[in-house]
Design a protein around this ligand. Structure first.
Ligand code: FA5
Length: 351
């Protein structure tokens, strides 16, 4: 036996003995095994060291000894793998023995989420209008001054702009103050030869308002718009009455009061008969018997014309309601800030 083969046999035997010892100790961490592996099979390990002696082996013996070296490497590699697997199994067994599993323990309760009450309100209103053949249109929260104001009949010097001051990005780009600009965008895009335009558009709006129990600088509206031939105030009244009765109950009635919006003519505020007192007067309706819920009117002919619509041929109605206002009235919520604070004690009441 050459000296290389002797060294190889010694190394193999010593390594296998060490592996056996590691296995018998059933050491839980694999650190020792890893260290032994590097010291034997690693780049600077004992096996490499033995191989350095190959340069002194005669040419005819080299293939034979080379074959033995490869065989020894394979045997050792396999032995390391088996020992590692054995130790891992022992580790898992030991862990399982430590942890007892009580299958009779009650499971962990998963918290069930739900949609925010404003999303629920918006969804419910959307469903009602979809049922009446309306399409739901998205608008831009960051809007141009042009669409937010000018296309709504509020030129730069119009005094009614003061009631809707907002956050400006640039002089011409702003956070929209109402969902009404979607009216102009929808009219621009609609092909009236294919039939009337019937749309609603829910979304977030922004105003420079002081936050209090009923006002927020960010809130949600739903815009509604119908434009076609022979659309009249009776269509507006009938539509709103239907929706309001569905939202607040069959026994509710509505009242239209003259109002002013630059983009509708005539304009109205729509009130619903108080659901708490039924019209007698109470603290909810401030003793009037009525609660204001939205603004509406017939689309101003100039607003139609700005979209290239012949106001002699077509007419339309529009309305804009505050989603928070509707939800507050329906559920008796007395502070608008509850919608935005993310307090689960508030949100969980509306699952
Ligand atoms: C408008 O914004 C009109 N664009 C609505 C409209 C559309 C009229 C189409 C005619 C035709 P107004 O400023 O009144 O109108 O706002 C509508 C609703 O938004 C109000 O009735 C109220 O419910 C809600 N609202 C207004 N300001 C706030 C605020 N700061 N916080 C919470 N809700 C508000």
């Amino acid at each position: 036996m050459s000296s290389i083969e002797e060294k190889l046999a010694q190394l193999s035997q010593a390594t296998l003995d060490s592996l056996k010892a590691i296995s018998e100790n059933k050491q839980e961490d694999l650190q020792d095994l890893q260290e032994l592996r590097v010291s034997v099979l690693g780049k600077k390990g004992s096996l490499t060291e033995i191989l350095k002696g190959m340069k002194d082996v005669s040419a005819e013996m080299r293939p034979i000894i080379g074959k033995h070296v490869n065989e020894a490497r394979d045997v050792l590699t396999k032995a390391f793998e088996e020992t590692a697997q054995f130790l891992e199994e022992k580790r898992v067994e030991a862990q399982l023995a430590k942890e007892s599993l009580d299958v009779t323990l009650p499971g962990r309760k998963l918290a069930r989420g739900s949609r925010h009450i404003l999303s629920q309100t918006s969804q419910e209103i959307e469903d009602m209008f979809i049922g009446m053949g309306y399409q739901v249109v998205d608008g831009f929260e960051v809007e141009s001054d042009f669409y937010n104001f000018e296309r709504m009949n509020l030129p730069k010097d119009h005094p009614a702009r003061d009631m809707q001051d907002t956050f400006y990005i640039t002089e011409e780009i702003l956070m929209r103050t109402h969902t009404s600009p979607v009216q102009a965008r929808a009219m621009d895009a609609h092909d009236f030869s294919k039939g009337p335009l019937k749309m609603i558009s829910p979304g977030r709006v922004f105003r420079r308002d002081t936050d209090d129990a009923t006002h927020s600088h960010q809130f949600h509206q739903i815009e509604g718009l119908v434009v076609g031939s022979d659309i009249s105030m009776a269509d507006l009244t009938g539509t709103l009455e239907l929706v309001i009765k569905k939202m607040f109950g069959e026994e509710r009635s509505i009242r239209l009061r003259p109002s002013y919006f630059p983009f509708t003519e005539p304009s109205v505020e729509v009130d619903v008969s108080c659901f708490k007192c039924g019209g007698q007067g109470c603290n909810v309706c401030k003793q009037t018997g009525w609660i204001e819920i939205l603004g509406a009117g017939m689309v101003h002919p100039h607003v139609l014309e700005m979209s290239g619509i012949d106001s002699q041929k077509y007419s339309g109605f529009a309305f804009g309601l505050g989603q928070e206002r509707i939800a507050m009235l329906r559920y008796g919520i007395n502070d608008i800030r509850g919608f935005y604070q993310g307090d689960l004690r508030f949100s969980e009441q509306f699952k």
